[in-house]
Design a protein around this ligand. Structure first.
Ligand code: PEP
Ligand code: MG
Length: 576
């Protein structure tokens, strides 16, 4: 029995045989061709590109239905690679010059591309390598007339073990045949991890030596919640995990019973449970999981994977749709949060040494009032169609709220001049995700209608831990006493000023920590739709009195680990 520790990417327990996904043998032989064969080779290349394009579009459609639009959009970047003029032209000119078969030329050009990109120290470009590699392999496979050995035709349910998984590999998995997957590399927020969550199968990534330590057919236990993989467990361990697996299944069923009930504590305190979305077409999933409103509508995705800027009308139509669908429930639209790990090609933003501390979110918007005001006008126009609110990301001081509100007033004046209706009382909130904002929440509360705590960033800034860096992932602790104290200060300051305080960071969806947040007085939780039933169930199983005691005790502890363990124990007690 051997245990490996990696990064927890998607929770759940799975037990089964290992299926190793090896490297694909895609070698193109160097074959010389005659001058007169060149047109035919070019035609072969064009056909391979067309076939690849068709494959990707089919895959996108399937993923959009099986997993959701967000996952499908990952493949937009692949379609862009297929349109890369430089790559295509280089293949054709080398083909003419060297007179060697197109499959070989293409594999050489691909290799060169990957080599060049790999040398550049840039996270964004590193992500692009994976895209180019994935789509390049597809093209090569089509040029060589090979089929990808599918994961889809597996006979028994297996646990997939791979060095890395491309989005295409992940997309080829079916829940019926793959019960979990584990990889040597990758971080918590990699594409692969996101897709595992949508497939609702357990996954552990960043295990480093999974492929060297595991042999095909080894029996594995994957504990996606803890980031643990056990190889060939002894009988005792196997028995324990089997029980745990059964228990988890039962618990999920139990949670689902609460999804359409209101989130009210045993002593009658009503809590708002909302959902985080990125695309309008996630609204049905929000309703299906019992979401009562939208606590965070991220709007960066309008700008991604396209060369032009979205128009005011595009913004307006999307916001109007979400507002109408969710009516009378609230929808909080977050204004553009570009930068950090979200780059957009249209803006030619200079690469920065520390993008998370650089020109991002509200800082960018205040510097580009043209882009900002266009979005604000669209939000205002859509506000007559439902219960819309807006909030600004990454506020670090009160001047930024004032400057943003000034632009909002200008947008209102422009609409008034044209006689276009909007809700003049539209609530304007502030995201608290920078320590300076958390510490001065009392000041900010004077000019905000509500707060929403963005813990994903607040944790990285307060603990000085890059949220996307797997090497320091062990320091990224939502339960750290510093984080709890900051949150408490924000809630207390908000309440002293009589405004609502919510949370839209991932922490709001962590059941054990939610107990503490409830006890600290959080008014609203906004989380991924799939987690809503669990949180509602939990809120309905506890009194405010109990939650307050839990929060009080948690605040006395000295480390994140102690808080985490304490909260887990309390959670177990409550769920019995
Ligand atoms: C956050 O920082 O907690 C948040 C919700 O925003 P994002 O994850 O989009 O940065
Ligand atoms: Mg954030």
């Amino acid at each position: 029995m051997l245990q490996l520790k990696g990064i927890a990417a998607a929770s759940g327990i799975s037990i089964g045989p290992a299926h190793k996904l090896g490297k694909e043998d895609l070698v193109a032989q160097k074959e010389e061709i005659r001058q007169e064969d060149i047109p035919l080779q070019i035609q072969l290349f064009e056909e391979a590109l067309i076939k690849t394009r068709r494959e990707i579009i089919d895959l996108q459609k399937r993923i959009a239905t099986d997993m959701g639009q967000e996952e499908a959009e990952i493949f937009d970047a692949h379609l862009l690679v297929l349109e890369d003029r430089m790559l295509i032209e280089e293949v054709i000119s080398r083909l003419k010059r060297e007179q060697v078969c197109v499959a070989y030329i293409f594999s050489e050009v691909l290799k060169k591309y990957i080599e060049v990109f790999s040398k550049i120290e840039d996270e964004y470009l590193k992500e692009r390598i994976a895209d180019i590699n994935d789509v390049g392999k597809r093209i090569l496979r089509n040029l060589l007339g090979k089929e990808r050995k599918g994961l889809s035709d597996l006979k028994e349910r297996v646990i997939v073990v791979a060095h890395d998984l491309s989005p295409s590999d992940t997309a080829a998995m079916h829940k019926q045949s793959v019960s979990a997957f584990i990889t040597d590399i990758g971080g918590k927020t990699s594409h692969t991890a996101i897709m595992a969550k949508s497939l609702e199968i357990p996954a552990v990534v960043g295990l480093e030596e999974a492929t060297t330590k595991i042999r095909p057919g080894d029996i594995l236990i994957v504990d996606g919640g803890m980031g643990i993989v056990i190889i060939n467990p002894d009988d005792e361990t196997l028995r324990t995990y089997r029980q745990e697996e059964e228990k988890l299944k039962g618990i999920t069923q139990r949670f689902l019973t609460a999804k359409d009930l209101s989130a009210v504590t045993l002593d009658g305190e009503v809590i708002e449970v909302n959902a985080n979305i990125e695309f309008p077409d996630e609204v049905p999933s929000v309703k299906l999981h019992g979401g009562e409103g939208i606590g965070l509508y991220r709007t960066e995705f309008f700008y991604m994977n396209r060369k032009d800027l979205p128009t005011e009308e595009e913004h307006y139509q999307a916001y109007k749709y979400v507002a109408e669908e969710m009516k009378p429930y609230p929808v909080i639209i977050r204004t553009l949060d570009l930068g950090g790990d979200k780059f957009l090609s249209q803006f030619e933003i200079p690469r920065e040494m520390q993008p998370f501390l650089g020109w991002r979110a509200i800082r960018f918007c205040l510097a580009r009032p043209d882009i900002f005001k266009l979005q604000l006008r669209a939000i205002l126009r859509a506000s007559v169609h439902g219960n819309l609110r807006l909030m600004y990301p990454m506020i670090s001081g009160i001047e930024e709220i004032r400057q943003a509100n000034k632009i909002l007033d200008e947008a209102k004046d422009e609409l008034k001049e044209k006689g276009i209706p909007f809700d003049d009382d539209l609530q304007v909130g502030v995201m608290i995700e920078v320590p300076s904002a958390a510490m001065t929440a009392d000041i900010l509360a004077q000019e905000a209608d509500f707060f929403s705590i963005g813990t994903n960033d607040l944790i990285q800034y307060s603990l000085a831990v890059d949220r996307a860096n797997e090497k320091v992932a062990y320091l990224y602790e939502p339960a750290h006493p510093a984080v709890l104290r900051l949150i408490k200060n924000v809630i207390d300051s908000g309440h002293a000023a009589n405004i609502n305080v919510g949370m839209c960071g991932e922490m709001a969806g962590e059941a054990s920590l939610a107990l503490i947040l409830l006890g600290l007085g959080l008014d609203e939780f906004s989380l991924p739709p799939q987690v809503i039933p669990e949180l509602k169930y939990l809120i309905r199983a506890i009194t405010m009195e109990q939650a307050k005691n839990i929060a009080e005790e948690a605040l006395k502890l000295s480390t994140g680990q102690e808080v985490e363990t304490y909260a887990q124990n309390k959670l177990r007690e409550i769920l019995k």
